[in-house]
Design a protein around this ligand. Structure first.
Ligand code: FAD
Length: 368
């Protein structure tokens, strides 16, 4: 292990939040580094090939970023290639002091502020910003271990495209935004499969349009996207949003539409495996010649940080607008409902980042 390098701020994670934070600190002349365990934008770049954004083009913006999908309708939902192009252009314009393939393994308070231990040496900083995202590791239910070894299993993070699936039947477990979209992606190459199943609980569907107006535009107009968790409505939404049960509505097409338009067999919640069948709250699914794509959510992992107050029951760090409680100099960006309902999206991390950059400038004594 090498001696510590000194810097004002260490940013951990080089997704959109980390790059934004680098832009905001750079603008204020605050010295910093961005440490990334893979390569910049890894979580975006490794999504399935046919991924389509859940937000409209006009919503995908960050301070200092180029326009998102500039030649497309501002109310359209762009594809992965557009998101990747936009992110790469943003990265080029910010030119962050980036250290890729550098995994942060421990963050702890020190005399100078914070000590950051990484796979490539240590850093000492007055402040640390955790930008490690909300989708680090896929959650797979324990039941997966009881399936016959002949069943192929993938997570939503490992799924790339229909050609990757070699069996005649495929079951997507999870009818949230990722599960429904992966099922839709499989349907586009439907001829490959004898049967496509989608398992999950009843989900609320967010229609694209209401009376010809994009639903997200209506939600923006009435303040639903930016409602803060300090407000009466926001505090109720916050609790619902972070409980994993029916937390967020799924953008269409949802299960009913996939069944009607593509002949997908919608089954209930997966419950148990017995013999050659997977039992659900609805129809049972034969495990013969089957691939399962687990789209059952992702978890964050903050075990590498010495958090004096631990985590809340919902797995979130204790913080106020991203500033950790009882841990001066420790900040988070990109958390679910960090401040507002859209805090975990591109539209939300901009305002949250601006607020935090100001707090960080005060903390390191570089406020203009
Ligand atoms: C399937 C899916 C669909 C989404 N769709 C939309 C959408 O349509 N619109 C929208 O606005 N948002 C969407 N989001 C949310 C999206 O994640 C955020 O908008 C955006 O990616 C926020 O980025 P981030 O930088 O906070 O996190 P991420 O993009 O997740 O980046 C985190 C980075 O931290 C790195 N990292 C993690 N741990 C460590 C460590 N210990 N050491 C070093 N580096 C580490 C990771 O490798 C990664 O590169 C979606 C998310 C998912 C998962």
């Amino acid at each position: 292990m090498t001696d510590s390098n000194n810097v004002d701020v260490v940013i951990i994670g080089a997704g959109p939040s980390g790059i934004l934070m680098s832009h905001l600190l750079g603008r204020r002349g605050i010295s910093h580094v961005v440490l990334e365990r893979e390569t910049a934008g890894w979580n975006w770049l490794t999504l399935w090939d046919g991924f389509r954004m859940n937000t409209l083009n006009w919503m995908n913006r960050l301070p200092g970023s180029p326009e998102f999908a500039p030649r497309q309708d501002r109310n359209a939902m762009a594809l992965k290639r557009d998101a990747v192009r936009w992110f790469e252009d943003y990265l080029k314009s910010v030119r962050p002091p980036l250290h890729e393939h550098t995994e942060v393994t421990h963050v702890a308070p020190s005399i100078a502020g914070w000590q950051v231990v990484t796979s490539e040496g240590n850093w000492s900083a007055r402040a640390v910003v955790i930008c490690t995202g909300i989708s680090r590791d896929a959650i797979v239910p324990k039941m997966a271990e009881t399936l016959p070894s002949s069943v192929c299993q993938l997570t939503s993070r490992q799924y790339k495209n229909p050609a990757q699936i070699e069996t005649s039947n495929v079951l997507v477990v999870g009818s949230g935004a990722s599960g429904s979209q992966i099922c839709w992606d499989l349907c586009k190459d439907k001829k490959r499969f004898a049967q496509i199943y989608l398992a999950g609980s009843d989900v609320k569907i967010l229609p694209h349009h209401v009376l010809g107006i994009p639903t997200l535009n209506i939600m923006e107009k009435i303040g639903m996207l930016t409602v803060s968790r300090d407000s009466f409505l926001g505090s109720r939404m916050y609790k619902k949003f972070l409980s994993h049960e029916r937390g967020q509505p799924t953008p269409s097409p949802g299960p009913k539409q996939l069944a009607a338009e593509y002949g997908v067999t919608v089954v209930g919640r997966v419950e148990s495996v017995q013999g050659a069948k997977l039992y659900t709250t609805g129809e049972a699914v034969p495990t013969d010649d089957l691939t399962i794509v687990w789209a059952t959510g992702c978890r964050t992992d903050y075990s590498f940080i010495d958090l004096p107050d631990g985590l809340e029951t919902n797995g979130q760090p204790r913080h106020h607008r991203g500033a950790a409680e009882n841990a001066p100099g420790l900040f988070f960006l990109g958390l679910k409902f960090q401040h507002a309902a859209n805090s975990h999206t591109l539209m939300g991390i901009g305002p949250d980042g601006e607020y935090l950059a100001e707090q960080i400038a005060i903390h390191v004594g570089q406020r203009n």
